[in-house]
Design a protein around this ligand. Structure first.
Ligand code: URA
Length: 256
Protein backbone atom coordinates (compact mmCIF):
# COMPACT_ATOMS: atom_id res chain seq x y z
CA UNK A 1 0.00 0.00 0.00
CA UNK A 2 1.64 3.22 -1.09
CA UNK A 3 -1.01 5.92 -0.62
CA UNK A 4 0.03 7.67 2.62
CA UNK A 5 -3.44 9.17 3.04
CA UNK A 6 -4.98 5.72 2.89
CA UNK A 7 -2.34 4.42 5.32
CA UNK A 8 -3.25 7.14 7.73
CA UNK A 9 -6.98 6.46 7.35
CA UNK A 10 -6.37 2.77 8.01
CA UNK A 11 -4.23 3.54 11.04
CA UNK A 12 -6.95 5.76 12.46
CA UNK A 13 -9.54 3.07 11.91
CA UNK A 14 -7.30 0.59 13.70
CA UNK A 15 -7.30 3.00 16.60
CA UNK A 16 -11.08 3.10 16.58
CA UNK A 17 -11.39 6.48 14.91
CA UNK A 18 -13.86 6.51 12.06
CA UNK A 19 -15.15 9.05 9.62
CA UNK A 20 -12.32 11.49 10.07
CA UNK A 21 -11.47 13.35 6.90
CA UNK A 22 -7.73 13.94 7.00
CA UNK A 23 -7.80 17.61 6.19
CA UNK A 24 -5.80 20.24 8.04
CA UNK A 25 -7.32 20.31 11.46
CA UNK A 26 -8.02 23.04 13.94
CA UNK A 27 -5.04 24.28 15.89
CA UNK A 28 -4.81 21.82 18.74
CA UNK A 29 -5.00 23.22 22.19
CA UNK A 30 -1.56 23.58 23.74
CA UNK A 31 -1.49 21.44 26.82
CA UNK A 32 -0.42 22.99 30.05
CA UNK A 33 2.47 21.10 31.53
CA UNK A 34 1.66 20.65 35.14
CA UNK A 35 3.82 19.56 37.98
CA UNK A 36 3.10 15.91 38.72
CA UNK A 37 0.10 15.38 40.95
CA UNK A 38 1.06 14.78 44.53
CA UNK A 39 2.00 11.19 44.93
CA UNK A 40 1.78 8.83 47.84
CA UNK A 41 5.20 8.66 49.42
CA UNK A 42 7.38 6.11 47.68
CA UNK A 43 7.48 2.72 49.27
CA UNK A 44 10.67 1.52 50.86
CA UNK A 45 11.50 -0.67 47.85
CA UNK A 46 11.38 2.35 45.54
CA UNK A 47 14.37 4.03 47.14
CA UNK A 48 17.11 4.04 44.49
CA UNK A 49 19.78 1.49 45.24
CA UNK A 50 23.46 2.22 44.91
CA UNK A 51 24.62 0.87 41.57
CA UNK A 52 27.43 -1.67 41.58
CA UNK A 53 30.86 -0.14 41.23
CA UNK A 54 32.44 -3.35 39.97
CA UNK A 55 33.53 -2.62 36.37
CA UNK A 56 33.52 -6.36 35.64
CA UNK A 57 29.79 -6.34 36.24
CA UNK A 58 28.72 -2.98 34.88
CA UNK A 59 30.37 0.21 33.69
CA UNK A 60 31.17 2.86 36.31
CA UNK A 61 28.50 5.53 36.35
CA UNK A 62 31.08 8.24 35.63
CA UNK A 63 31.86 6.42 32.38
CA UNK A 64 28.17 6.24 31.54
CA UNK A 65 27.68 9.92 32.35
CA UNK A 66 30.59 10.97 30.17
CA UNK A 67 29.56 9.12 27.01
CA UNK A 68 29.35 11.64 24.21
CA UNK A 69 26.92 9.90 21.85
CA UNK A 70 24.22 7.26 21.82
CA UNK A 71 26.56 4.85 20.04
CA UNK A 72 29.21 5.32 22.72
CA UNK A 73 26.61 4.92 25.45
CA UNK A 74 25.46 1.66 23.89
CA UNK A 75 29.01 0.35 23.66
CA UNK A 76 29.59 1.38 27.26
CA UNK A 77 26.56 -0.42 28.74
CA UNK A 78 25.74 -3.32 26.43
CA UNK A 79 27.62 -5.97 28.45
CA UNK A 80 26.03 -4.89 31.73
CA UNK A 81 25.42 -7.63 34.29
CA UNK A 82 24.43 -5.35 37.13
CA UNK A 83 21.09 -7.06 37.74
CA UNK A 84 19.89 -10.63 37.18
CA UNK A 85 18.24 -9.73 33.86
CA UNK A 86 21.65 -9.41 32.23
CA UNK A 87 22.51 -13.07 32.70
CA UNK A 88 19.23 -14.16 31.10
CA UNK A 89 19.26 -12.02 28.00
CA UNK A 90 19.92 -13.13 24.45
CA UNK A 91 20.36 -9.57 23.18
CA UNK A 92 20.75 -6.25 24.90
CA UNK A 93 17.96 -3.94 23.70
CA UNK A 94 19.36 -0.44 23.82
CA UNK A 95 16.65 1.37 21.86
CA UNK A 96 16.53 2.76 18.36
CA UNK A 97 15.26 5.51 16.15
CA UNK A 98 16.23 8.93 15.00
CA UNK A 99 18.90 10.29 17.37
CA UNK A 100 17.56 13.78 16.63
CA UNK A 101 13.93 12.75 17.20
CA UNK A 102 11.86 15.13 19.31
CA UNK A 103 9.47 12.43 20.50
CA UNK A 104 10.77 9.68 22.76
CA UNK A 105 8.70 6.61 23.61
CA UNK A 106 9.55 4.67 26.74
CA UNK A 107 8.13 1.20 27.29
CA UNK A 108 8.68 -1.31 30.04
CA UNK A 109 11.20 -3.87 28.87
CA UNK A 110 12.00 -6.17 25.96
CA UNK A 111 9.79 -9.18 25.33
CA UNK A 112 10.71 -12.37 23.53
CA UNK A 113 10.85 -10.93 20.02
CA UNK A 114 12.83 -7.91 21.18
CA UNK A 115 15.29 -10.15 23.07
CA UNK A 116 15.81 -12.24 19.93
CA UNK A 117 16.28 -9.25 17.63
CA UNK A 118 17.94 -6.75 19.99
CA UNK A 119 15.40 -4.10 18.96
CA UNK A 120 12.55 -2.54 20.96
CA UNK A 121 8.90 -3.06 20.10
CA UNK A 122 9.22 -5.46 17.20
CA UNK A 123 6.54 -7.94 18.29
CA UNK A 124 2.76 -7.55 18.28
CA UNK A 125 2.90 -4.56 20.62
CA UNK A 126 5.41 -2.98 18.25
CA UNK A 127 3.09 -3.48 15.29
CA UNK A 128 0.39 -1.64 17.15
CA UNK A 129 2.80 1.09 18.22
CA UNK A 130 3.62 1.66 14.56
CA UNK A 131 -0.09 2.01 13.77
CA UNK A 132 -0.44 4.47 16.62
CA UNK A 133 2.45 6.46 15.20
CA UNK A 134 0.94 6.44 11.73
CA UNK A 135 -2.25 7.87 13.19
CA UNK A 136 -0.35 11.00 14.24
CA UNK A 137 1.60 11.22 11.01
CA UNK A 138 4.84 9.61 12.14
CA UNK A 139 6.76 6.56 11.06
CA UNK A 140 8.84 4.51 13.41
CA UNK A 141 12.05 6.09 12.13
CA UNK A 142 10.78 9.59 12.99
CA UNK A 143 10.82 8.92 16.73
CA UNK A 144 13.08 7.22 19.25
CA UNK A 145 11.93 4.13 21.15
CA UNK A 146 13.43 2.58 24.24
CA UNK A 147 12.51 0.87 27.50
CA UNK A 148 12.98 1.21 31.22
CA UNK A 149 15.07 -1.97 31.31
CA UNK A 150 17.30 -3.03 28.44
CA UNK A 151 17.21 -6.79 29.06
CA UNK A 152 14.21 -9.09 28.94
CA UNK A 153 12.55 -9.92 32.26
CA UNK A 154 11.80 -13.66 32.43
CA UNK A 155 8.30 -14.58 31.24
CA UNK A 156 7.80 -10.92 30.33
CA UNK A 157 7.11 -10.05 33.93
CA UNK A 158 7.27 -6.44 35.09
CA UNK A 159 10.83 -5.50 36.01
CA UNK A 160 11.36 -5.27 39.75
CA UNK A 161 12.05 -1.81 41.20
CA UNK A 162 15.63 -2.94 41.82
CA UNK A 163 16.13 -3.98 38.19
CA UNK A 164 14.56 -0.78 36.95
CA UNK A 165 16.66 1.40 39.25
CA UNK A 166 19.86 -0.35 38.14
CA UNK A 167 19.04 0.50 34.56
CA UNK A 168 17.83 4.03 35.21
CA UNK A 169 21.20 5.82 34.91
CA UNK A 170 21.45 4.36 31.39
CA UNK A 171 18.04 5.67 30.43
CA UNK A 172 18.75 9.05 31.97
CA UNK A 173 21.96 9.38 29.97
CA UNK A 174 20.06 8.29 26.87
CA UNK A 175 17.56 11.10 27.53
CA UNK A 176 20.37 13.63 28.08
CA UNK A 177 21.91 12.68 24.75
CA UNK A 178 18.60 12.66 22.88
CA UNK A 179 17.23 15.87 24.42
CA UNK A 180 13.64 15.01 23.37
CA UNK A 181 10.99 17.72 23.23
CA UNK A 182 8.39 15.36 24.63
CA UNK A 183 8.34 11.89 26.16
CA UNK A 184 5.47 9.44 25.81
CA UNK A 185 5.45 6.78 28.51
CA UNK A 186 3.74 3.51 27.67
CA UNK A 187 1.95 1.93 30.62
CA UNK A 188 2.47 2.32 34.35
CA UNK A 189 6.05 1.06 34.66
CA UNK A 190 7.98 3.89 32.97
CA UNK A 191 5.88 6.47 34.77
CA UNK A 192 6.56 4.82 38.10
CA UNK A 193 10.25 4.15 37.61
CA UNK A 194 11.28 7.33 35.81
CA UNK A 195 9.00 9.88 37.45
CA UNK A 196 8.06 8.17 40.71
CA UNK A 197 4.37 8.55 39.81
CA UNK A 198 2.43 5.71 41.39
CA UNK A 199 -1.06 6.68 40.21
CA UNK A 200 -2.73 3.99 38.09
CA UNK A 201 -2.37 4.45 34.35
CA UNK A 202 -6.13 4.49 33.77
CA UNK A 203 -6.44 7.54 35.99
CA UNK A 204 -3.35 9.39 34.87
CA UNK A 205 -3.17 8.76 31.14
CA UNK A 206 -3.64 11.86 29.07
CA UNK A 207 -2.51 14.16 31.89
CA UNK A 208 0.75 15.96 31.31
CA UNK A 209 3.56 15.19 33.71
CA UNK A 210 7.03 16.69 33.86
CA UNK A 211 10.41 15.02 34.05
CA UNK A 212 12.81 17.21 35.98
CA UNK A 213 15.74 16.93 33.62
CA UNK A 214 17.21 19.36 31.09
CA UNK A 215 15.02 22.16 32.43
CA UNK A 216 11.85 20.04 32.44
CA UNK A 217 10.56 17.68 29.77
CA UNK A 218 6.80 17.29 29.19
CA UNK A 219 5.72 13.68 29.61
CA UNK A 220 2.49 12.29 28.21
CA UNK A 221 1.45 9.03 29.85
CA UNK A 222 -0.62 6.65 27.79
CA UNK A 223 -1.60 3.00 27.75
CA UNK A 224 0.94 0.36 26.82
CA UNK A 225 0.23 -1.14 23.37
CA UNK A 226 0.12 -4.61 24.95
CA UNK A 227 -2.74 -3.39 27.14
CA UNK A 228 -4.48 -1.95 24.08
CA UNK A 229 -4.20 -5.35 22.40
CA UNK A 230 -5.79 -7.00 25.42
CA UNK A 231 -8.52 -4.34 25.77
CA UNK A 232 -9.17 -3.75 22.10
CA UNK A 233 -12.12 -1.43 22.57
CA UNK A 234 -12.81 1.72 20.65
CA UNK A 235 -12.59 3.75 23.89
CA UNK A 236 -9.11 2.51 24.73
CA UNK A 237 -7.82 3.01 21.20
CA UNK A 238 -9.32 6.46 21.00
CA UNK A 239 -7.75 7.38 24.34
CA UNK A 240 -4.30 6.48 23.03
CA UNK A 241 -4.94 8.44 19.87
CA UNK A 242 -5.93 11.50 21.90
CA UNK A 243 -2.78 11.21 24.02
CA UNK A 244 -0.50 10.90 21.03
CA UNK A 245 -2.25 13.74 19.24
CA UNK A 246 -1.66 15.93 22.30
CA UNK A 247 2.04 14.99 22.33
CA UNK A 248 2.37 15.74 18.64
CA UNK A 249 0.50 19.05 19.04
CA UNK A 250 2.88 20.07 21.79
CA UNK A 251 5.85 19.50 19.51
CA UNK A 252 4.22 21.27 16.58
CA UNK A 253 3.58 24.30 18.74
CA UNK A 254 7.06 24.28 20.25
CA UNK A 255 9.42 24.04 17.29
CA UNK A 256 13.07 23.65 18.18
N1 URA B 1 6.96 -4.17 25.47
C1 URA B 1 7.78 -3.21 25.95
O1 URA B 1 7.48 -2.57 26.95
N2 URA B 1 8.89 -2.97 25.28
C2 URA B 1 9.24 -3.61 24.18
O2 URA B 1 10.28 -3.32 23.64
C3 URA B 1 8.35 -4.59 23.70
C4 URA B 1 7.23 -4.85 24.35
Amino acid sequence: MSDPLQQWRDALQDLGVFGLVPEPQEEPEVPTVQAPAEQPSPKEDRVPIAPSTDPAVCPPLEAVASTASLDLLKTCIQDCLACPLGAGRIRFVFGEGDPTARMLFIGEGPGRDEDLQGRPFVGKAGELLEKMLAAIGYQRQDVYITNIVKCRPPDNRTPTPQEAQRCLPYLRRQIELLRPGVIVTLGATPLRELLGVLTGITRIRGQWQRLEMLGGIPVMPTFHPAYVLRQYTQDVRRAVWEDLKAARAWLDQHPK
